[in-house]
Ligand binder design. Structure first.
Ligand code: FES
Length: 103
């Protein structure tokens, strides 16, 4: 299957040890930079209508601002209650200072 990459952001726009939300091509995404590496997940929590970019990032875990569910941003794993569903993560590559995700 052909891979489809979309350009979502400048690497430098992703804050170090923090998260930002962006809306692009109908998707709401959360971009993180931890230990020099960039990660991209869906921005909407799998438990309710909360934006993960408004949550609290600690290490590789993002805590949802609404009920404090936590996801591992590396693989999207739901780490604790009340979450029952992992969040989507996107394979990405960095090219010419841009973050591209595979869709
Ligand atoms: S909406 Fe995220 S934990 Fe409930």
């Amino acid at each position: 299957m052909t891979k489809n990459w979309i350009d979502v952001a400048d690497v430098d726009s992703v804050p170090v040890d923090d998260v930002i939300g962006i809306d692009i091509t109908g998707k709401s995404l959360a971009l993180y930079r931890v230990e020099g590496e960039v990660f991209v997940t869906d921005n909407i929590c799998t438990h309710g209508q909360a934006r993960l970019c408004d949550g609290f990032l600690e290490g590789f875990e993002i805590e949802c601002p609404l009920h404090q569910g936590r996801f591992d941003i590396r693989d999207g794993k739901a780490m604790c209650a009340p979450l029952t569903q992992d969040v989507q993560v996107y394979p990405l590559k960095i090219e010419n200072g841009r973050v591209l995700i595979e869709v």
